[in-house]
Design a protein around this ligand. Sequence first.
Ligand SMILES: Nc1ncnc2c1ncn2[C@@H]1O[C@H](COP(=O)(O)OP(=O)(O)OP(=O)(O)O)[C@@H](O)[C@H]1O
Ligand SMILES: [Mg+2]
Length: 352
Amino acid sequence: MNPFRFGTIVEGSFFTDRVAETEMLKQKLDSENHIILISPRRFGKSSLVQRVLSQTGRPTIQLDLQYVLSVDDFASQLLKAVFKLFPMRKVRHAMSHFRIYPIISTNAVTGTVDVTFQPTVNGSVLLEDAMALIEKITSPERRLIVVLDEFQEVVKIQKGFDKQLRSLMQRQKNLNYILLGSQESMMEAIFEKKKSPFYHFGQLIRLQKIPYDDFHNYITERLAYNAEAVAEEILQFTSCHPYYTQQLASQVWEMMEYQKIKDDVVNKAIVALVSMHDLDYERLWQNLNRTDRNTLRDLAENKQPLQNRNKATSTSYSSLQRMIKSGIVIKTTNYEIEDPFFNQWIVKNVIQ
Ligand SMILES: Nc1ncnc2c1ncn2[C@@H]1O[C@H](COP(=O)(O)OP(=O)(O)OP(=O)(O)O)[C@@H](O)[C@H]1O
Ligand SMILES: [Mg+2]
């Protein structure tokens, strides 16, 4: 079986490194503090949190705010998660405070629970009741962990939602929140701007790429031929981005294993992956304005655009900010194109 995996949460033998991060998060969860974890997309936030959660063995509720449409939707998703965690007979008595009782239906075949409210009711009442339930079902012995993914969406769901949520969260005891986000500037605004309701709500942790040496070992152990040199070439191309490294390593492994390719296998794998995404990249490029295209061209040529004195720095800066927001560019130690294969597509089609 292919020893590399990408696109899903990774665990077990597919998971590497993050030893210090795992320890740190576990220590923080042993206190009354909350955690805010930020990184660009696909750096491994969910995988890390999953690992930590499974090691703590504590009850957990996880919601992705991307898929929450309104305040009452948040309340009903929260309740659904509670019913998944605890049998209904245990929860029912804890719901005596509910001012509006939800309609709860169970699918007899799948066992899934659905929660709906009368469409006319006031969302903030539902939210208060659902959050009070969370407080009731957690205890000092079995402290609940609530993970809210893509948390930056909190400001988009409904006006005033962030403020109300914060004031309810603030009062809860015996639980920890882990708030994840991939839109760094929005997450920073939420947690670091004095006027924001979530100002200094918890400790902000930035997840980095996986260190070179660990990733190098991980790849080397899983390749049968010329492993060290191949691993180095892979990491050079992906600059240790967790997802793209696994993707390229996976492709290399397949080409070695099934097509018995030995020579220049990393470059062949890159060519295959770039051409697989050719249409997506073309569409992406077509939707960019001229300034952004120039910025990307500079980045692909490995020039840091802000140092390019021929250009008006402010245009270049706002172009970078725009593309960071849309996820095309990320800022690590440098500005870089998030997807190294898109970078390669630009080199192939625009520069050469
Ligand atoms: N610790 C790790 N060891 C090995 N590979 C990893 C690790 N963490 C992440 N990856 C790789 O990166 C991919 C994305 O990981 P994950 O889904 O956890 O990231 P994420 O930051 O939650 O992404 P998103 O922003 O899309 O929610 C995984 O499928 C895997 O290929
Ligand atoms: Mg994730």
